[in-house]
Design a binder for this molecule. Structure first.
Ligand code: NAD
Length: 483
């Protein structure tokens, strides 16, 4: 029985490494029924800013398994990243990126490194909700949900269990972003308690990223938010030897996509130089996902043997360590010639069925608890204003006080500038003005609408509002810096 999969050859080096990968899979006996779709640059050039034709989604929905070569994303303009679109449209919430050292055959300063980055794929700043609000200021919304955190953290622990890993490390910046990163960290602690067989710890992302670059052997499974996960997975694949070695899986409840960590490498495209290893190792993850474990072992062991034999593409070739520098096609042939062999020194790939029940199938979200009691207690009114000092702005705004709502503070880029601001604080034209109900008592929508009427009536340009809520009596909003 052949497994239907969807394949896209991509841009730049994409076609070269996809041909190499499919040739090896075919020679290794993978039972695949391949549907090909076109995505990326050629579609963008035809004016489709999504980078994918509508009918390509039919194939992805039908096969639910996508082997994808890298594509070129146009910079700036009205284009959205197709990678992000596919991950989010198909609900591929878990980005799984293993990083292993192949020392002494591939040079790395970290011979004992063997870790997996599990990156949240759907949320965070990658929601891509951005606005220019004033002449000087633009914003990007960072959205984090409890179910999103629960899915990815649970996946990380299930992955660790299925792959006999001993520890899960969480990386966040919750010393600064107490609500968003704080939620991720809190959910991590809650779920970690359900997996007493697996150790857990947490670092702030800055020192965590530094340690990943300097002492990656300290880490095992690492789980993090979307942006941090994106950055640290490139760092780890680079320090393991080459970004050309990194494979990845994007796993969801309904579908999965497998792709190299690297991009379309236009600087070496069309020259037959590219290392196909990242895509090939992604394809190995795909074979395990569709239950063709023996073929996955055969492919990976032939690849490991080729690496051990010192037959290397230019990006990992090193005098004294490698034996022969080869192009993409000769590297591919060398792997095919070694099908059936196992490495002598590097760890033999072994994927016994019992271990590899997909971790995603075990990710079951708990029933949603009764929602917290939510009370509206104030509003932040954001203004575009460039006419003077914070005290002058406060004077105008205080004329809008009344009907149970009073100005409590003004911040500029989050820093409190009124009352008792510091003259040294640099101010832009973007102000957040906090109005609260008297004595913290609940207020109504109508009070906010009336307040905005008075603010607008004072000649001020309000650009947005954020309602301030308490949840079960606990403030659901941050203080101003310095408040
Ligand atoms: P890149 O990963 O394409 O290349 C970075 C460097 O690594 C280049 O010097 C390149 O030659 C080298 N390199 C990458 N893959 C290699 C391989 N297999 N063998 C040998 N050397 C390899 O990153 P970039 O140059 O920043 O991005 C190029 C394009 O790829 C951009 O349009 C970017 O948006 C896109 N991109 C796509 C994906 C994806 O489709 N998943 C991921 C990242 C970047």
């Amino acid at each position: 029985m052949k497994t239907p999969i969807t394949v896209a050859y991509g841009d730049g080096i994409g076609p070269e490494i996809m041909e190499a990968t499919l040739h090896i899979l075919h020679e290794a006996g993978a039972a695949l029924d391949i549907e090909t779709i076109v995505i990326g640059e050629s579609i963008y050039k035809r004016g489709l800013t999504s980078g994918i034709e509508p009918h390509a989604w039919d194939s992805l929905r039908r096969t639910k398994v996508f082997l994808k070569a890298p594509i070129t994303t146009p910079l700036g303009g009205g284009y959205k990243s197709l990678n992000v679109t596919i991950r989010k449209s198909l609900g591929l919430y878990a980005g799984v990126r293993p990083c292993v050292a192949y020392f002494p055959f591939v040079f790395t300063r970290h011979p004992d490194m063997d870790l997996v980055i599990i990156r949240e794929n759907e949320e965070d700043l990658y929601a891509g909700i951005e606005h220019r609000q004033t002449d000087q200021v633009v914003q990007c919304l960072k959205l984090i949900s409890r179910p999103g955190c629960e899915k990815i953290v649970r996946y990380a622990f299930e992955y660790a269990r299925a792959h006999n890993r001993r520890k899960v490390t969480c990386l966040t910046k919750d010393n600064i972003m107490k609500a968003t990163d704080g939620l991720f960290h809190r959910v991590f602690n809650e779920i970690a308690a359900e997996y007493p067989d697996i150790q857990h710890d947490h670092y702030i992302i800055d020192i965590g990223a530094a340690l990943l670059a300097d002492k990656p052997e300290r880490f095992d499974v690492v789980v993090s938010l979307n942006l941090y996960g994106d950055i640290i997975s490139d760092i780890t694949s680079q320090v393991s030897g080459s970004v050309g070695l990194g494979g990845s899986a994007n796993i969801g409840e309904h579908a999965a996509m497998f792709e190299a960590v690297h991009g379309s490498a236009p600087d070496i495209a069309g020259r037959g130089l590219a290392n196909p290893s990242g895509l090939l190792l992604s394809a190995v993850m795909m074979l395990i996902h569709i239950g063709q474990n023996e073929v996955a072992e055969r492919v990976q062991n032939a690849w490991l043997t080729t690496i051990e034999d010192g037959i290397h593409t230019f990006d990992i070739y090193r005098d004294g360590m490698s034996r022969k520098q080869v192009d993409t096609w000769h590297f591919t042939r060398a792997i095919v010639d070694r099908l059936g062999r196992t490495p002598q020194k590097l760890r033999v790939a072994s994927y016994p069925d019992s271990k590899l029940a997909s971790p995603a199938s075990k990710v079951v979200l708990p029933a949603r608890p009764a929602p917290a009691r939510k009370a509206l207690v104030g509003v932040d009114v954001f203004l575009d204003w460039a006419n003077g000092s914070p005290d002058e702005l406060a004077q105008v705004l205080e004329t809008a006080n009344g009907d149970g709502l009073n100005l409590l503070m003004i911040t500029n880029r989050g820093q409190k500038v009124w009352p008792n601001g510091m003259p040294e604080t640099f101010c832009t034209d973007h102000w957040r003005c906090r109005f609260m109900g008297q004595g913290g008592s609940p207020i109504s929508h109508q009070q906010i609408i009336d307040l905005l009427g008075r603010v607008g009536g004072s000649g001020l340009d309000f650009i947005k509002t954020e309602n301030l809520y308490t949840f079960d009596g606990e403030a659901g909003f941050s203080l101003g810096q310095g408040q």
